[in-house]
Design a protein around this ligand. Structure first.
Ligand code: UDP
Length: 450
């Protein structure tokens, strides 16, 4: 794309330092790079991306002034709020550095694209008079649900009594009160959401979603926001980026999958943040074994409260697991879901995982843990109808039953058919003239116009 004698325009990306946010931001970087832009990634030192995987990008670290204490204690919201307060001055220095370089050999900064939870970047861009665009790495419906949550809180309806948990929220159909993205530290969450929802002088919002999945939520957001919104997902499909995994992928599971029958394996993953108790781990193990289906189980080290890893499992369970299962510490998830042996996904319902599964037509057993995962589960099971929700606590009999419903019963076969159909509709959106492809072209035009 680069024209001779013409310097590339530079886009500065500011991802939030979590796997589920880094992946789509770097995918976006690679999409923009292949459309002729130079890319600089300004990132936190916590969970910093590996520059060697992205040799075409420049990387600038922000200093580690946020305490690891909050991360270790699982106070992720407090960590993000602190990051936004502490990193502003350094971000200004980073921008100054990039702007100095642009005077010498580098392309002019076209704009800054920042994760909505790194809202201090929007403030800095405004101070420096630089154009900025927000990237939301969650679903569009999450934006609608957050707006409803703020309204319900103002009306005194949050926290809600248990008997209302299954009541529908009229403006968020099909979400119920229990599906709202409520965190234990509600005040911290609302503070973050209020900041993230303030689009300041940003010129647009990019969504890693697809019109055919979230048409009505996207239309509602467009009504509420004064700036264009660009649904350009699924970005993992559109971009040619290498994996931006922060943990080492155990690719040995691919050879194991090669030996399994077509459509026979259930893949299990709780993503990069969710935790589990030892009791839940044991129940999960027996549920998987008793389902009598082959399974690939990702158990992330440090994801079990009170244990290092699976050493805590009883010997008899480990023996049974080895007969029909395979455990890894971190999987090459996109490749796993694309493997013909995979017939179902037991998931915590992070948005990236949902998109990756939908793109492969793999039906899902939803077991959400926190945040937007509950509403993603509701959409999978009640809007797109490509999965079922495990609403009870993790108990071996319930897990076994859910797996058999998905992998063996007629009900599961129907979900598989709908999954394949949805996959085809998503593919159409990414082709030339499809909704995501058109949005991407408009986004690129906008960035070129800055
Ligand atoms: N992932 C992976 N290997 C794993 C588990 C997850 O590569 O073993 C990737 C997955 O493909 C997804 C991301 O990590 O892109 C997790 O993001 P998601 O939004 O699904 O959940 P989160 O980790 O943010 O809760």
């Amino acid at each position: 794309m680069e024209k001779q004698g013409k310097r590339r325009r530079r886009v500065v990306l500011v991802p939030a330092p979590f796997q589920g946010h880094i992946n789509p931001m770097l995918q976006l970087g690679s999409i923009l790079h292949s459309n002729g832009f130079s890319i600089t990634v300004v990132h936190a030192q916590y969970n910093s991306p590996n520059p060697s995987i992205h040799p075409d990008f420049s990387f600038l670290p922000l200093p580690d002034t946020s305490s690891d204490h909050n991360i270790l204690a699982g106070h992720l919201l407090a960590f993000v709020l602190q990051l936004n307060t502490n990193c502003k001055a350094r971000l200004q220095e980073c921008f100054a550095q990039v702007m100095r370089q642009q005077d010498s050999d580098d392309g002019l900064i076209a704009c800054i694209i920042y994760d909505e939870f790194m809202y201090f970047s929007g403030e800095t861009a405004e101070d420096l008079n630089l154009p900025s665009i927000i990237l939301s790495t969650a679903s569009a419906s999450y934006f609608i649900a957050r707006t409803a949550l703020i309204q319900l809180k103002t009306e005194g309806q949050i926290p809600f009594p248990e008997f209302r948990s299954k009541d529908l929220i009229p403006e968020c159909y099909p979400l119920r009160f229990k599906d709202l993205p409520i965190f234990k530290k509600l005040e911290d969450f609302l503070q973050l959401v209020n900041k993230a929802s303030n689009i300041r002088s940003s010129s647009a919002i990019i969504y890693n979603t697809i019109d055919c999945l979230e048409n009505s939520s996207l239309a509602k957001i467009q009504q509420q926001c004064q700036v264009p919104i660009f649904p350009i997902g699924p970005m993992h499909r559109i971009s040619s980026a290498s994996s931006s995994s922060l943990l080492e992928e155990d690719t040995s599971c691919m050879a194991w999958l090669d030996k399994q029958n077509f459509n026979s394996v259930i893949y299990v993953s709780w993503g990069s943040l969710a935790l589990m108790d030892v009791k839940e781990l044991v129940e999960m193990g027996w549920g998987l074994v008793n389902s009598q289906q082959p399974f690939l189980w990702m158990v992330r080290p440090s994801s079990i409260r009170g244990a290092e890893w699976i050493e805590i499992l009883p010997k008899s369970l480990i023996e049974n697991i080895s007969k029909r299962g395979y455990i890894v510490k971190w999987a090459p998830q996109k490749e796993v879901l694309a493997h013909g042996a995979i017939g179902g996904f037991l998931s915590h319902c992070g948005w990236n995982s949902m998109l990756e599964s939908i793109c492969e037509g793999v039906p899902i057993i939803c077991r959400p843990c926190f945040g937007d995962q509950r509403m993603n589960a509701r959409y999978v099971s009640h809007v797109w109808n490509v999965g079922l929700e495990l609403e009870s606590e993790l108990e071996r009999g319930k897990i076994e039953r859910a797996i058999r419903r998905l992998m063996v019963d007629e009900e599961g076969k129907e979900m598989q058919k709908r999954g394949k159909n949805l996959k085809e509709r998503v593919e159409l959106c990414t082709r030339k003239g499809g909704s995501s492809n058109s949005s991407l072209n408009k986004l690129i035009e906008m960035i070129m116009s800055f």
